[in-house]
Design a protein around this ligand. Structure first.
Ligand SMILES: CC(C)(COP(=O)(O)OP(=O)(O)OC[C@H]1O[C@@H](n2cnc3c(N)ncnc32)[C@H](O)[C@@H]1OP(=O)(O)O)[C@@H](O)C(=O)NCCC(=O)NCCS
Length: 258
């Protein structure tokens, strides 16, 4: 339940600038508001809720939203899952129960929508256990040096690789198909057009000094069976080129493709 003096509202896309401002209070960033406004918003507006002070609808003090993941892989199958996201409370209004009230409403909405599971990427692991969330999967980051020793795997002979500049029009379909086909529990689907548009947007604020987004497509008998999205970063050290390649997403149908 919301503490006294606060109400919950459903902001629409016309309030995107305020939503972004509030998000900047929650997650400090050097990105300018105009730059954030210029990229596609991933929000599903009918699942976006804000807290206001009673009688002050013009000022958003807290926010939460959720993404509809209709076919999320879980052990044994796929389920409707609510992806909790954009959780933030303005610093002035913290530690008075707004997060607790937002989570309670989120769970009530999950129940109403027949979404038995809610997942999130927790900014801080310590926040969400009290609400019933637990560790569902681990993230593994891998840094490979140049000339890393790689082993041959059976099945690589008939694969072809092409490397291109990422084009949402040209590659959006194959990315959606291969990404949506991954069955591994812990994999989070990307099912709304808003999420897909944001993910494939290559605005400079997403590059952090790297080049434009590229894609490597792996094909078997002319059919795409895997891809990697990546951005090369060209830097020079005292001994010459010292660049790196950052892979933002990799999908492979089998170990040989990976
Ligand atoms: C985290 C945040 C949303 C908490 O909002 P809030 O309205 O102050 O939280 P509440 O007052 O409802 O607190 C709920 C409970 O969580 C606890 N809590 C709040 N923030 C916490 C934190 N960072 N770590 C651990 N526990 C926390 C509170 O102590 C309270 O515990 P209690 O029920 O035992 O009293 C807010 O501090 C915030 O916006 N932080 C920056 C953005 C962020 O981290 N968002 C979460 C992203 S996944």
């Amino acid at each position: 339940m919301l503490p006294e003096g606060f109400d919950m509202i459903s902001p629409g896309p016309d309030r995107l600038a305020e939503v972004l401002e509030l998000d900047r209070w929650a997650f400090p960033t050097t990105d300018a508001l105009e730059d954030l406004l210029a990229v596609p918003s991933p929000l599903t507006w009918e699942r976006t809720r804000a807290v206001i002070r009673s009688g002050r609808p013009e000022e958003l003090v807290a926010l939460r939203a959720s993404y509809p993941f209709g076919h999320c892989p879980v052990p044994g199958g796929r389920l409707k899952v609510a992806g909790l996201t954009w959780v933030g409370v303005h610093p002035q209004w913290r530690r008075r129960g707004l997060l607790s009230a937002m989570i309670a409403e989120h769970f009530a909405h999950c129940h109403d929508r027949d979404e038995p599971v809610s997942l999130l990427f927790a900014a801080e692991a310590g926040i969400y256990g009290r609400f019933g969330y637990g560790l569902a999967s681990r993230q593994v980051n891998l840094t490979l040096p140049r000339r890393a020793a790689l082993r041959d795997l059976p099945g690589t002979e008939d694969l072809e690789v092409r490397i291109e500049k990422l084009s949402p029009e040209r590659h959006g379909g194959l990315i959606a198909r291969l990404h949506g086909a991954v069955e591994r529990p812990g994999w989070v689907t990307r099912e709304t057009p808003e999420l897909a548009a944001m993910w494939l947007c290559d605005a400079p604020i997403f590059r952090h000094g790297s080049e434009e987004q590229r894609i490597l497509v792996v094909e078997r008998a002319g059919e795409p069976v895997g891809y990697a999205l990546f951005r090369p970063k060209g830097t020079w050290g005292p001994a010459g080129p010292d660049g790196s390649v950052g892979v933002t997403e990799a999908v492979a149908s089998d170990p040989a493709v990976a």
